[in-house]
Design a protein around this ligand. Structure first.
Ligand code: OAD
Length: 244
């Protein structure tokens, strides 16, 4: 971790009246949650189109549920780490001038106490009817029984997460747009490979507005060329130092 980059990141964050923190799976890596990409990533072993798409669910709901059940079982014992806690501290300090935007579905930000947040990909701990009727609700059964689960009317349930090819949740998107409209001074992008198009678009848009973009990651990513400050290191070590 370079001290000068860390110093500039600290200064930018301390001086920001409005701060956004954008997180991905890397923020939960130190809690023991598997990431998607990289040597040990889930997408090395599994094909996203066979497990995380509406077509996959239509084809074989039990297979998709087995995978989600396996992931829920892995995440269940995981606890928030110092990165999640540093983000809560930033929220406490900035108040209304803060928004956490996460691609994570593991629930660890919520467990750490984050409240001002937009959950772009839903939650692995919530379910909803596969026919699209009604809202979603919390279901913490581990293991899930039976697989695939059904509601009392016999309708198939699905994880309330965003799959490939599905739209982003409108309410969460509205939170981000409202925050952008109020102006953004600095953004911390932590633990994401930045492979998803809308994330790349936001990073580009923010940079074109001259917003300070601080990347926190163990290695360069698809977003690195758009970042103005790069702090390389583990999120659980870097974020407390940026926030502190
Ligand atoms: P990825 O698994 O693609 O990327 C994780 C990033 O975290 C990589 O850039 C790693 O270098 C970095 N990383 C790993 N350990 C770290 C640590 N301790 N500290 C800091 N960084 C670390 O995860 P996401 O970018 O979140 O979507 O993936 C985005 C979306 O793609 C996911 O939400 C998921 C996936 O397909 C859906 O399922 C719709």
């Amino acid at each position: 971790m370079s001290d000068s980059a860390l110093g500039r990141a600290r200064e930018a964050v301390a001086g920001a009246r409005r701060l956004m923190v954008l997180t991905g799976a890397g923020v939960s890596a130190e809690s023991g949650v598997p990431t998607f990409r990289g040597a040990e990533g889930l997408w090395k072993k599994f094909d996203p189109s066979e497990l995380a798409s509406p077509e996959a669910f239509r084809r074989d709901p039990a297979l998709v549920w087995e995978w989600y059940d396996w992931r829920r079982g892995k995440i269940a014992p995981c606890r928030p780490n110092a990165a999640h806690e540093a983000i809560v501290e930033l929220e406490r300090r900035k108040g209304e001038g803060f928004l956490l935007v996460t691609q994570n579905v593991d629930g660890l930000h919520e467990a750490a106490g984050s409240e001002r947040m937009a959950r772009m990909h839903g939650s692995i701990w919530r379910v909803r009817r596969a026919d699209g009727r009604g809202g979603d609700w919390e279901d913490r059964r581990v293991p899930m029984e039976p697989i695939p689960p059904r509601d009392e009317e016999g309708e198939l349930l699905r994880p309330a997460v965003v799959w490939f090819g599905e739209s982003l949740p409108r309410g969460e998107l509205a939170k981000v747009e409202a925050f952008f409209a109020g102006g953004v001074d600095a953004v911390i992008v932590a633990g994401t490979a930045g492979q998803i198009t809308y994330i790349q678009y936001w990073a580009m848009e923010l940079r074109s507005r001259g917003v300070e973009l601080i990347e926190v990651n163990v290695e360069p990513t698809a977003l690195s060329s758009m970042a103005s400050i790069h702090v390389y290191g583990k999120a659980g070590e870097v974020l407390p130092r940026i926030a502190g």
